[in-house]
Design a binder for this molecule. Sequence first.
Ligand SMILES: Cc1ncc(COP(=O)(O)O)c(C=O)c1O
Length: 397
Amino acid sequence: MISHEERQKIFQRGKPKTLWEGEPMLGSSYGEEEIAAAVAAMRDSMDVSRGFGGQPIREFETAFAAYIGTKHAVAVNSAGPGLDMAMRFLKLEPGDEVIVPALNFVAAPMAVIGAGGQVVWGEINPRTLELDPNDVEKRITKRTRAIFPVHMNGLAAPMDDFLELAKRYPHEKHGPLAVIGDVARACGGEYKGAKLGKTGLMSVFSFHTMKNMVTLGEGGMVVTDNDDAAAFCRSTRFYGGDLEVWGSSYVMNKVQAAVGLVQLNKLDGFIASRRRIAHRRDELLEGVPELQLPYEPPDCLHTYYLYTCLVPESWAGEKRDKLMKTMDEEFGVRLLVANPPVYTYRKFLRDHTPGQSLPLSESIGKRLFCVPTHPGMSNEDNEYIAAALIECLYGLK
Ligand SMILES: Cc1ncc(COP(=O)(O)O)c(C=O)c1O
């Protein structure tokens, strides 16, 4: 932990020039390479016979599939439509259930509802904040069709445990449950030595402006080893052609793909920087009794998309919120709550899941907060943020 004297020295240097947010608006960084790739793709598109479709979209898909280690990758204009396609592939019937963590972004439960399914909220493991397989097992019924873990805040969900449950509790008509991963926040992360997205029926990535790699603000990718799932996504992505199914337009354009190729080459570097910052911050904050720091299980490589901490139970709610307010007003650092259980802040989702409430997720939702992190953050800014956090925590004791 940084001592009182060290903190004063850090504050003498002044506030960071960047207004750091818990989830910065740009999650990666762009250089001349991205600009050159975008301009080249635009120039190529000025040819009336080519326009904005075609290469390098396929090239980006091939490179991404190789990076993750899957047979297929299908580029889309955002992760949301990718999650929708994954759920639609299951052909859910009314009453079919999909187990989703409650501590989540809205996209995964929305995809379940959009595909005609019933959301069943699952509890999380309070140490990892990932969907808890023991809790999932208790919620499996005859109507369960899929387990839909989200690799929350950059860390892997325990995929092997879900795949084992999927086999052990097959649906009587459809066989083993589908395990579909939302990797929007964890692109480049690893689980048991493989890239996230390698296991499960399908996995969906986001290249939204805040994410680990960014394709001009929006973008996503669905990966799978399953030929039928890949064909379904390719068809649905463009009005359901070839397979004669329902579809819409979820297409990525080639300028995004050209930038995506450059960002993909830099991704491991971004993750290494995020990890260096997170590990240094772990050292700076180690031993602060009011803080539970992020946990990285030994078989996972955390991307630290978000650096998620917990305050003690006695600080839940009001005191956590006070901490966030003081950090913002006195130190100019914005913490973020990502995320409380979605049904607590989205009425639409609460109305869809009447009678379901998860005490553990609700209590963790009142204790968690995310401290700004970014691959381009300087050591000085990292030190300032850690010193400010300690100062605020002491002030609130
Ligand atoms: C966990 C999670 N899933 C899905 C999404 C949706 O991603 P996109 O904005 O690319 O549709 C997000 C985006 O913020 C997310 O955080």
